[in-house]
Design a protein around this ligand. Structure first.
Ligand SMILES: C[S@@+](CC[C@H](N)C(=O)[O-])C[C@H]1O[C@@H](n2cnc3c(N)ncnc32)[C@H](O)[C@@H]1O
Length: 375
């Protein structure tokens, strides 16, 4: 597979394991690239015209489109195939991580504390919106720990995310970070943050670019509720010679003082929270930002495209991402206002991935949404 990660913590795969994983990745790409088109044709030719007649020309809602698709045999076949490939991802990666878990635990222990820091807080409970499901079918989600100092969910995420994203996020899976940085530099050419916080960092894929993007004199902090991902992420960062201060914390109640950060960011956090949580998180961002500081949350949300909206609804129902449908209809500007950000300081915009995604067998390009504001 093109672009495999190359750091000391990255779980290895034997020839046969890699072959199976590459096959599943190709099957997903095939399903996503070739079969989406069939769904789109059905939507354009049958479902949308029928629904628009019912809604008197207005854009149909997610539920109407999903229910109409459920009557389509082609769609049901595609749906079963996509769900199956998702389960196959984890079925193919999990046992390979278990096989090498003792070595991964040893490596993580040896790297612990060598650079940056990691602060775990056993009093942090996993929010219900994460604990209630195996998020995107990941067994045990991000947080399940089966032994002391467990790193399994982090190691599994590192490998499956490469397969899940179908090779389009670059060798270190950091496309999200670099894309948001490019967006920030374009919007705020004078931006020169000294203290940065990344929320919902998982293993730090999108966090590490902030160590290099704004000069060397920068303090990078990252939080997540999932301890085993933070352990793996800290060891991964050390092995990549990056200084990040990882901390187990809930982004709804951040353990930092008021007016503390110049920049607060997140990548793909919003859609994995909840209606209540996203409002709490924006308020916390406002509190911990210095006056003039910037908050920017980037996610794969495309509310103006009916097919993408439907696809998110499909994921909410079939890929264990319960908020992903609802988040498409959120009034982000209103939430920013409620959090305290002034009207002229609020930005809702789109960003284009920096890595090329159309090469070889990679996945189709998808834009991100950026919900940003200045305090
Ligand atoms: C899709 S992953 C984010 C991926 C990561 N930012 C990246 O770019 O690779 C979502 C992460 O958000 C974390 N998360 C969700 N709600 C959270 C909260 N309230 N506080 C902290 N972390 C949270 C989850 O544990 C999970 O690790």
């Amino acid at each position: 597979m093109r672009n495999n990660s190359n750091h000391a913590m990255f779980p290895e795969a034997t020839h046969d394991e890699q072959a199976l994983q590459s096959y599943i990745k190709s099957l997903r790409v095939h399903t996503a690239r070739n079969f989406h088109d069939g769904n789109k044709k059905i939507l354009a030719e049958r479902i949308e015209p029928q629904l628009r007649r019912k809604t008197k020309g207005r854009m149909p809602n997610r539920k109407q489109v999903r229910e109409a698709f459920m009557q389509e045999e082609y769609h049901r076949w595609w749906s079963a195939m996509l769900r199956t490939t998702q389960e196959m991802l984890y079925d193919s990666v999990g046992p390979t991580i278990e096989r090498q878990l003792p070595q991964l635990l040893e490596k993580a222990k040896a790297l612990k504390g060598k650079r940056g820091s990691m602060t775990l807080d056993p009093s942090i409970t996993t929010p219900l919106y994460l604990a209630a499901v195996d998020m995107h079918c990941k067994p045990g989600s991000y947080q399940q720990e089966l032994m002391d100092d467990d790193v399994f969910p982090g190691a599994e995420f590192d490998r499956t995310f490469r397969l899940y994203s179908m090779g389009g996020l670059g060798p270190n899976l950091d496309d999200g970070g670099w894309t948001l940085i490019a967006w920030l530099k374009n919007r705020f050419p004078k931006l020169s943050p000294k203290r940065i916080l990344d929320l919902g960092c998982t293993v730090g894929h999108s966090t590490l670019p902030y160590c290099d993007a704004f000069g060397t004199d920068v303090e990078v902090h990252a939080v997540d509720t999932a301890a085993p991902c933070l352990r793996y992420g800290h060891a991964r960062a050390v092995s990549m010679e990056k200084d990040v201060h990882f901390r187990q914390a809930n982004a709804e109640h951040l353990p930092y003082p008021d007016n503390h950060f110049d920049l607060v960011v997140s990548q793909a956090l919003m859609h994995e929270t909840s209606k209540k949580a996203i409002r709490n998180i924006y308020k916390e961002c406002f509190r911990v930002l210095k006056p003039g500081g910037i908050m920017a949350h980037q996610d794969g949300i495309t509310p103006n495209d009916l097919y993408e909206k439907f696809y998110s609804e499909w994921m909410a129902h079939n890929n264990n991402e319960p908020y992903l449908g609802t988040v498409q209809d959120e009034d982000f500007d209103g939430i920013l206002a409620q959090a305290g950000f002034g009207k002229s300081k609020r930005i809702i915009s789109s960003s284009k991935p920096v890595y090329r995604r159309h090469e070889d067998d990679d996945a189709p390009v998808q834009e991100y949404i950026v919900v940003a504001a200045q305090k």
